[in-house]
Design a protein around this ligand. Structure first.
Ligand SMILES: [Zn+2]
Length: 280
């Protein structure tokens, strides 16, 4: 059954907008700590693309929604669970066989592979082909809590959606990370950012989640629990700084966010944040 309390509503709103504009990708990789609602959200997305009532979000009541919720939809297949220690090629071959069949009743066949990092190399290579040349009307949703444990070839063929906690997704914005963490002379970027409150908010959320990760990383927590596993080099760099330094950076991010919320000018505050990031 789908536990609606675990569905990431921010992610669902995003999927809903993409679906309405016919911009859904054919493969997503949902990344986030264990119990961040990845599977529930994947099932909800399966409902969204098959719901019989045209709506922004799945109705949860039509036959398609109910079959998906109860695990009885013939065109929605979930592979992998928390007890398995590997996903073997036989399972992926079974999935691929189904992917190339006509749908029984669905508009879009949906294949969910949980803990996809558990695929054997053979299984991953078998899946790659289908990610490259997707079957018609098919949506693949992969989930993982350990982004770095997945092959680059798998990651690069999926749209990555990072879950932070329930109802929060972190925009994957490499430019913000590069400009804010790696470029000391980012005046032009800060000026542009400061002129757009919405983008400033997104950038601050991203930075906040990154520096939370720095604290966790410093505390020696398992990498699987981190949101920004793909930024290990940057995490290591900042984790070498003292806790007080990191806390200062986080305070400045929160302070800047407050100014954005109050619709005040944030240029100065962003510059100050840069000073904290580059302080020695
Ligand atoms: Zn429905």
């Amino acid at each position: 059954m789908i536990n609606s309390a675990q569905i990431n509503s921010v992610a669902m709103q995003r999927f809903s907008r993409l679906a309405a504009n016919h911009h859904l990708a054919h493969a997503y990789l949902l990344v986030g700590p264990k119990d961040s609602g990845k599977t529930q959200t994947a099932l909800s997305l399966a409902q969204l693309v098959n719901c019989e009532r045209a709506a922004n979000l799945p109705c949860g009541e039509c036959a398609a929604c109910r079959k998906i919720a109860s695990g009885n939809h013939p065109d929605v297949l979930v592979i992998g669970n928390d007890e398995m220690d590997s996903i073997k090629i036989e399972e992926i071959r079974f999935l691929l066989g189904r992917a190339h069949l006509m749908a029984y009743e669905a508009r879009t066949k949906v294949f969910i592979i949980r803990n996809v990092e558990l695929m054997t190399l053979e299984a991953a290579n078998a899946l790659l082909k289908t990610l490259e040349e997707p079957a018609a009307n098919t949506l693949m949703i992969l989930t993982t809590s350990v982004l770095e444990a997945n092959l680059d070839t798998i990651k690069s063929r999926c749209h990555i959606v990072k879950f932070f906690q329930k109802n929060e997704i972190i925009p994957n914005n490499r430019k913000v990370m590069d400009e804010m963490l790696l470029n000391r002379h980012n005046d032009a970027f800060l000026k542009e950012l400061a002129s757009n409150p919405q983008e400033t908010t997104q950038a601050l959320r991203l930075l906040l989640s990154f520096f939370r990760d720095v604290i966790l990383f410093k505390s020696g927590i398992s990498k699987a629990a981190l949101v920004h596993q793909d930024c290990l080099k940057e995490l290591e760099k900042f984790a070498a700084r003292g806790f007080e330094d990191i806390t200062q950076i986080i305070r400045q991010i929160v302070q800047t966010k407050k100014l954005v919320d109050e619709k005040l000018n944030v240029k100065m505050s962003l510059s100050l944040l840069r000073e904290h990031i580059w302080a020695n």
